[in-house]
Each structure stands twice: as C-alpha cells, then as structure tokens.
Write a protein that binds this ligand. Structure first.
Ligand code: SF4
Length: 105
C-alpha cells in the first residue's frame, strides 16, 4: 500500500496530516498536470453530523484507486507509488485538492 501524507486538513478524514478513510479515489481521467487531479474522497469538515463522526486515527498507508491514467505510477487504476502527497490546505471542495506526486508519462 501507498504511504499518504495529506495537507487538506479541512477534510473530515484528515487526522494530523494522515487520512483515516482507509481508501481514497483520486480523480483526473485526462490529467496532464497535478493541478488537473483531485482527491474525490474529500469531504469538508463542518456540519455537526461530520463532526460527531470523528474517526479513530489516521493510517500511514492507504489503498488508492486512481483515475489519472496518464500518471507514471498508475497501473490499471491503482496507484503503485511508494508514497504520495495530497495537497489542498484550506480546501473547501475536492476540486481544490490535488495529487502532488502526479507525474505525466
Ligand atoms: S501518484 Fe499518480 S497514480 Fe498515484 S494517486 Fe497520484 S496521480 Fe494517481
């Protein structure tokens, strides 16, 4: 599994820059640049429902389904990178996040 660091601390799944979701979907079917990718699993923290559903902890590694097939690390929609960084500090929507490790083939 891939080691994930995530700077989208406004996401309900973010725990100290780690993701507590267990698996994420990265979007960007025709992406040529990191800016054209995003974490499709981002959910903004905020409503009382999401606040009360706090997950126990963030995990260092995560399963990643990724639609960015132009990326060097993408094999049949799975990420094969040893570690990735998801960026998006202050993000309010998933479009404001991105996979910073994206590398166009
Ligand atoms: S490194 Fe590439 S394959 Fe892995 S999640 Fe990021 S864009 Fe997808």
């Amino acid at each position: 599994m891939t080691i994930l660091k995530c700077s989208a601390t406004t996401c309900m799944y973010n725990e100290d820059m780690l993701c507590s979701r267990g698996e994420i979907d990265v979007m960007g079917e025709s992406a040529q640049r990191a800016d054209e990718t995003c974490c499709g699993s981002f959910r903004e923290r905020g409503s009382s429902a999401t606040n009360s559903a706090k997950n126990s902890c963030g995990c260092e590694t995560i399963q990643i389904d990724c639609k960015a097939q132009n990326c060097t690390y993408n094999e049949h929609c799975k990420c094969t990178a040893a570690a990735i960084d998801v960026g998006g500090s202050g993000a309010e929507t998933s479009q404001e996040t991105k996979c910073e490790t994206f590398e166009c083939q």
